[in-house]
Design a protein around this ligand. Structure first.
Ligand code: HEC
Ligand code: HEC
Length: 344
């Protein structure tokens, strides 16, 4: 364990003891004089909000802060930082990057947590409590009143539903990821430069003579707050918002607000020369990439020691298990399937 990890553990332990203390705080000590900022949402059941506030004080305040600004007592030890609910910039949603999320998106985060960050999964909370928490955290930001509710991206037909189509989806996803979408401009490439060029040409583009340095490692990109965020290397890092094909499709198609991860759903279309022919690259290819990314995740070494799991949002790459590979890492030798919980 590094000193930083130890201090995080100590902080979380202190925080849980403190949580216990809060839980025992007599009801009469609670400050009920705070103005009801819930005016941003109308027609809400008062008791739901009161329930949300209690649950927030019990489960969330230590990280997300009393004011919802993400500056709870534990926040100083956390990287990435807890979300600031006041500016309502949520990352993982079924709406396009920059738009407010759906309630279902917030509920999903609360129930399943964000893997690879400190955000825990509150999957044992009753449904009503989750609804109450959503109502309460929305109350921190006036944006919910100022903006029209956004539409979710279309979850258009996944052409690879049958298990027999899986290999085809993965192969197609690899081609689009490297050839047309150039996801490797931020995430790592998992194939050689020659292969990228082969894919580019096959998809009607032209071969490149230059590639970025460290092509097989993620490239740090600043988020809106100027912090350098490392896009996940799918064979090593956690993805936060779930590993099912639907979850990955959502992250890829909708993009991730406030970070460099773009919204792909509106910009992935290359028509064929003959208008009667199917497009060369289409929205269905977003599904193919979701299968491909899921396959990369499943290739994670089965025995990645805890100390080797890198913190993803690191200020600079830390290679806890040696120098970065000079060529694409081979799939692990073991044929043992990794215990990946695709229902996560
Ligand atoms: C131990 C610290 C911790 C606790 C406790 C915690 N969170 Fe979080 N939460 C985080 C962190 C860290 C993030 C940011 C993760 C990231 O950026 O990937 C986050 C992010 C979120 C998000 C934003 C997701 C998005 O799409 O951007 C929501 C919503 C959220 N938390 C709700 C809650 C609620 C509700 C509770 C209480 C029931 C809670 N959190 C408790 C640490 C915590
Ligand atoms: C301009 C840079 C950039 C490009 C291009 C890009 N990404 Fe990302 N991507 C990011 C960043 C940054 C994150 C991490 C966001 C975070 O967790 O804060 C990310 C995260 C992700 C995630 C993880 C979501 C989660 O749940 O944690 C997936 C999946 C993903 N990208 C897939 C793709 C695919 C597929 C492509 C190509 C179609 C692509 N990305 C292109 C920057 C990029």
């Amino acid at each position: 364990m590094t000193t930083k990890q130890i201090s995080v553990c100590v902080a979380l332990l202190a925080y849980s003891i403190w949580l216990g203390a809060c839980a025992d705080r007599p009801e009469k000590d609670k400050d009920t004089s705070r103005p009801a900022t819930f005016g941003f949402q109308t027609g809400l059941d008062e008791s739901l909000i009161a329930e949300g506030r209690l649950a927030y004080e019990r489960y969330c305040i230590g990280c997300h802060g009393e004011q919802g600004d993400g500056k709870g007592d534990a926040a100083v030890f956390l990287d990435p930082k807890p979300r600031n609910f006041i500016n309502a910039q949520y990352k993982f949603s079924s709406t396009r990057s920059g738009q407010l999320p759906k309630d279902e998106d917030l509920k999903r985060t609360i129930k399943y947590g964000l893997r690879g960050s400190a955000m825990p999964a509150f999957n044992l909370l009753p449904e009503r409590k989750v609804d109450a928490l959503v109502a309460y955290i929305k109350a921190f930001s006036p944006k919910w009143e100022e903006r029209e509710p956004a539409a979710a991206i279309p979850f258009v037909g996944n052409p690879y539903m049958s298990p027999d189509d899986r290999d085809e989806a993965i192969a197609r996803g690899e081609k689009i990821y490297h050839g047309y979408a150039a996801c490797w401009s931020c995430h790592p490439s998992y194939v050689s430069e020659a292969k990228i060029n082969q894919y580019l040409v096959e998809l009607g583009g032209s071969a490149r003579t230059e590639f970025r340095a460290n092509l097989f490692e993620p490239e740090g990109k600043p988020n809106d707050e100027g912090d350098l965020i490392y896009p996940p290397d799918f064979r090593r890092d956690f993805v936060r918002a779930g590993m099912s094909v639907e979850d990955l499709y959502r992250s890829i198609a909708a993009g991730i607000s406030g970070t460099a991860m773009p919204t792909w759903v509106d910009s992935i279309h290359v028509p064929a020369e003959n208008p009667d022919d199917p497009p060369i690259v289409s929205q269905a290819d977003l599904w193919a990439m979701a299968y491909y990314v899921q396959d990369l995740i499943a290739q994670r070494p089965a025995l990645l020691a805890e100390a080797q799991v890198e913190v993803r949002d690191r200020p600079r790459p830390i290679y806890l298990h040696g120098e970065p590979p000079a060529k694409p890492p081979e799939a692990p030798a073991t044929t043992q399937p990794v215990d990946v919980d695709f229902e996560f």
